[in-house]
Design a protein around this ligand. Structure first.
Ligand SMILES: [Zn+2]
Length: 276
């Protein structure tokens, strides 16, 4: 076994991830740490080289066929993982945070499946699964930071999402968004790049503007004063003023009623969504 490890150490190239990596350096360092002590095949050629060493060792009786196959499977698993890691790093560099999140999630799931099927041992897979979770966390934090707040910083929600007694009707109603008390005329902002889907009078909601973001989510601002001159189809980017605060429609005072729908059209709690 010692001969085998020595041979693998000599033949298999090791790849440095701690290179010019900008904001992802922390994760690249984690990656180096996680991979140190594991034998990594960087590409199909390295895998073929490993197989070349394994096969004669089987012939010489140093390795059983089962051991050789298990090692080859480990190497293949790590090879696929390294491709996934390269993809995640490219997505992070390209600031495609949501895609990086799903790539990291899929890679972790893939590792778990490999452990279940016996293609990879848990002690090898767990540090790599941890690493995938760290990469997911980095992408998630970046995704949250990339969102511009819809309201000026320091604004506080005074009526949350969910069941409540309606302030005008006095009956139990589901509050489909959050209320943020703000002075009349306060700027309201687009939370990312996208376009105006709707702008105009919306009954009880008063003057309302809806922004469809490029990621497919939808943000609506209600009880507004004016809609900053916007009309349906206008392009906006994060931080653009889309409306000003007022108390139009069914409302008891100057405030923003804010609603958010994810890309699938499912209503979300704006307080959680924007970290208000
Ligand atoms: Zn409301």
């Amino acid at each position: 076994m010692f001969h085998l490890l020595l041979a693998l150490a000599l033949v298999l190239p090791t790849r440095s991830f701690a290179q010019d990596c900008g904001p992802t350096c922390a994760t690249a360092t984690d990656l180096s740490a996680a991979l140190s002590g594991t034998t990594a095949a960087t590409d199909a050629a390295a895998l073929a080289a490993a197989r070349k060493i394994l096969d004669p060792l089987v012939t010489d009786g140093i390795l059983s066929v089962a051991d050789a196959n298990a090692l080859a499977a480990d190497l293949a698993a790590l090879d696929a993982l390294q491709k996934a890691i390269a993809a995640i790093e490219a997505l992070l560099k390209g600031q495609k945070w949501d895609s990086a999140k799903s790539e990291a999630h899929n890679a972790a799931e893939d590792l778990r499946k490999k452990v279940k099927s016996g293609a990879l041992t848990a002690d090898k897979a767990n540090p790599l699964i941890d690493l995938m979770q760290k990469l997911w966390g980095v992408a998630d934090a970046k995704a949250k930071a990339a969102k511009h707040s819809p309201v000026p910083s320091g604004s506080r929600v005074n009526s949350g999402y969910g069941w409540r007694i309606h302030p005008v009707y006095g009956t139990k109603k589901f509050h489909t968004g959050v209320d943020v008390p703000l002075n009349r005329g306060t700027d309201l902002y687009a939370t990312g790049s996208g376009h105006i889907e709707d702008a105009g009078w919306a009954g009880g909601y008063g003057n309302q503007i809806s922004v469809r973001l490029d990621d497919g989510s939808l943000v609506t601002y209600s009880h507004c004063k004016d809609l900053a001159g916007h009309k349906a189809g206008d392009k906006v980017k994060a931080g653009d003023v889309v409306a000003h605060v007022n108390s139009t429609g069914t409302s008891t005072g100057n405030h923003l009623h804010l609603e958010v729908y994810d890309a699938k059209g499912t209503r979300q709690d704006p307080k959680k969504w924007f970290g208000l």
